[in-house]
Unconditional design. Structure first.
Length: 258
């Protein structure tokens, strides 16, 4: 049986305005000409003309956050503790079995930007596709933000999950969820607008802070979720192993048996 692979990750790029200032990745590209000069340092006596075409290796130096690009957030990102008092897992402690399993894609792209997803929204979406969640499945939400990646408005696009919805998913045995938006929560500027009106601190980062009660991971900045069926695919999201970190970069992939 043939397998179809769908890349669900964005590329890490410099200069894109889809992250807040100060969080945009910086990449220094060293080309093959510069690589030849570097190689001369490793091999004393080496001449440039000794190398194929006079060229050496290419190297890139990056300055970025663990939350740049498509990434998996560990419970430590949300709080020092999880599961009501246990030490929160860092990204290098996440069980690999959490990051591989049957995928479920729920389409909420018809919701207005800034909409707060509730348990009822997930329940209705699951009823629509005729599915009941099982432990170990990985739930991905198409938030409506995906098409705006690379543009400034990406930061204010899409819906997000609230505390109750997040805890409801975890109570179904779900340990990893994901979104194609900048955040699992609603867009931060939208929350900030509401906070200025209500001064209610409970609305701030409520989807993330749900991990204090029940530990879970979520993926942010996924791509191409519109190419996925609601069911029938395997999802893989192994994070880069960074000691003691709050997140790790991921090459998220869906595999469909054809």
């Amino acid at each position: 049986m043939a397998k179809k692979f769908i890349d669900l990750s964005i590329a890490i790029e410099a200069g894109l305005p889809s992250d807040p200032p100060g969080m945009i990745p910086e990449i220094e590209y060293l080309d093959h000409e510069q690589g030849a000069e570097q190689m001369k340092l490793f091999f004393p006596g080496l001449k440039k003309e000794d190398l194929p075409g006079g060229l050496g290796w290419a190297v890139e130096n990056l300055k970025l956050s663990t939350h740049s690009g498509t990434h998996l957030d560990a419970p430590y990102h949300y709080h020092p503790t999880m599961d009501k008092g246990k030490p929160a897992l860092t990204i290098d402690q996440i069980p690999l079995e959490w990051c591989y399993g049957p995928g479920v894609k729920l389409d909420f792209s018809d919701k207005p930007d800034g909409y707060l997803l509730q348990p009822e929204d997930f329940q209705r979406a699951l009823e629509k596709i005729g599915h009941k969640l099982s432990p170990g499945e990985i739930v991905l939400i198409q938030s409506g933000a995906g098409p705006y990646w690379g543009k400034p408005e990406y930061l204010v696009k899409g819906c997000g999950a609230g505390r109750e919805a997040t805890l409801w998913l975890v109570e179904q045995g779900i340990r990893v969820v994901g979104t194609d938006a900048w955040s699992w929560d609603r867009p931060l500027p939208k929350i900030a607008e509401e906070y200025q009106k209500t001064k209610n601190p409970k609305i701030i980062w409520e989807g993330h802070f749900a991990g204090i009660e029940r530990g879970y991971c979520h993926l942010e900045k996924l791509a191409n979720l519109d190419q996925l069926p609601p069911l029938g695919f395997t999802f893989i999201c192994f994070p880069v192993k960074i000691k003691g970190a709050s997140a790790g970069w991921v090459r998220a992939v869906a595999i469909i048996e054809e």
